[in-house]
Design a protein around this ligand. Structure first.
Ligand SMILES: Cc1cc2nc3c(=O)[nH]c(=O)nc-3n(C[C@H](O)[C@H](O)[C@H](O)COP(=O)(O)OP(=O)(O)OC[C@H]3O[C@@H](n4cnc5c(N)ncnc54)[C@H](O)[C@@H]3O)c2cc1C
Length: 390
């Protein structure tokens, strides 16, 4: 089955996409080295929801998040008003049962540790910032900031939304700013209104708050707020900003913010990029946010990065020619990732509505939407089928 066992793959970036790509390549018996610009393995902040699509892929790689002892299966999902009134329940337990894999909320650092553990002695090369690359008769020569050069058969850009590999392929463009800030944190936290496996999304006017049980007496929260283009969240006032924005929301929301040390609150802008049709060229391709950065509204940026890594490794293992494998990988990912980028934008617009009239209408539509529609809409982003190559 493995037709490309002897190729050398250089993966640029040790985020979720790069680590999963390396883990999947290892699973298929292909040699890969990871090069990361950061000086060392830093604790990456906050947490994320890993959808059924991605927990299924990780399970196939031998990483079972349901029994890893870190993270929490999310089997209750509720939409609420800012005051805490229930808008509706989303049948997460039966949806994920039908999908055949759970949704797991997990600290990013715990997920990274699991992937690092899987890589074993195939260490990540830290302090290796890619500055450019060129085609050579032997393959591709990757050039790093310290002047070193690494020659590989395949180069994978897993270097995030500001990817320099993408810039070489597609030229320079600016990320699109969608006009709101995201604050996020993980905290030791228990509350009567935070039962095991709970995920609550609280919807206000141009503001949202997410509160998730992380297991073992801890929680993950995120908040969004519409802001002007020049808004910058200052470190010494960030907690005051969050409290000023959500201080009169449901008790559990306010308690979670109050329990969070200011220094633990991260602020990130809501950015994506227009969908890129072709994200490969010769022996070079992209995975994760480098290929298809998306807004967080479907919680699928990380999940689709995990899928990318698996599909790319599986394509390389199933094709005689490395470049053909890359084009087959890109082709097989195009429609799904386009759907995720575009749907995330549509959902984000609805979520961040500010007009009181439209917010009331939105909540009413959600409250009375047939169960079958709610189910279908929430399951669609989590449907992933393993590739079958001809
Ligand atoms: C607020 C928010 C909430 C989110 N929630 C979820 C969620 O619940 N579920 C979900 O699935 N997704 C979620 N996402 C999306 C998810 O975080 C990203 O899609 C995912 O982390 C992308 O991983 P990546 O490896 O592609 O990029 P990154 O995590 O950005 O990693 C890129 C890596 O490349 C390195 N790098 C950059 N340039 C170079 C270079 N020149 N040379 C070498 N290394 C380089 C960087 O240092 C970095 O380590 C969320 C995103 C946000 C902003």
């Amino acid at each position: 089955m493995n037709k490309n066992r002897d190729i050398r793959v250089a993966v640029i970036g040790a985020g979720l996409a790069g680590l999963t790509t390396a883990a999947a390549l290892r699973h298929f018996g292909i040699d890969a080295e990871v090069y990361e610009a950061a000086a060392d393995k830093r604790a990456t902040g906050a947490a994320l929801g890993v959808g059924s699509n991605a927990t299924k892929v990780l399970r196939e790689l031998g990483i079972d998040l349901a029994s890893a002892g870190v993270g929490q299966i999310t089997d209750r999902f509720e939409l609420r008003t800012q005051g805490g009134e229930l808008i509706r329940r989303v049948p997460m337990a039966s949806m994920t049962e039908e999908l055949g894999a759970p949704l797991v909320t997990i600290r990013r650092s715990d997920l990274a540790d699991l992937l690092h553990g899987f890589l074993g002695d195939r260490k990540v090369n830290y302090g290796a910032k890619l500055t450019g690359y060129r085609r050579t008769p032997e393959g591709v020569a990757a050039e790093f900031g310290d002047g070193s050069v690494v020659v590989a058969d395949i180069l994978v850009g897993a270097d995030g939304i500001h990817s320099s590999v993408r810039r070489e392929i597609a030229g320079h463009d600016e990320p699109v700013n969608h006009g709101y800030v995201c604050w996020l944190a993980t905290i030791p936290f228990t509350h009567a209104k935070l039962p095991p496996g709970y995920a609550g999304h609280y919807w206000g006017r141009g503001k949202r708050f997410g509160l998730m049980d992380l297991g073992n007496g801890s929680a993950y929260w995120w908040a969004t707020k519409n802001v002007s283009d020049d808004y910058r969240s200052a470190r010494d006032s960030v907690k005051d900003d969050v409290l000023a924005s959500f201080g009169d929301w449901a008790d559990e929301v306010v308690a979670a913010i109050e329990a969070t040390p200011a220094a633990d609150i991260m602020a990130v802008p809501a950015w994506d990029r227009p969908f890129l049709e072709n994200w490969g060229n010769g022996p070079v391709t992209l995975v994760g946010d480098a290929a298809h950065p998306m807004l967080a509204s479907l919680a699928q940026g990380g999940g689709s990065s995990i899928e990318d890594g698996y599909v790319l490794a599986s394509a390389l293992a199933s094709h005689n020619n490395g470049e053909e494998a890359l084009r087959a990988y890109e082709e097989s990912r195009r429609e799904r990732t386009r759907m995720l980028v575009e749907t995330s934008r549509q959902v984000s617009k609805i979520e961040q509505i500010e007009s009181p009239v439209l917010c009331a209408l939105r909540n009413r539509v959600l409250r009375y939407m047939p169960d079958s529609v709610v189910r279908k809409q929430n399951m669609a982003p989590m449907i992933f089928n393993f590739p079958v190559w001809n």
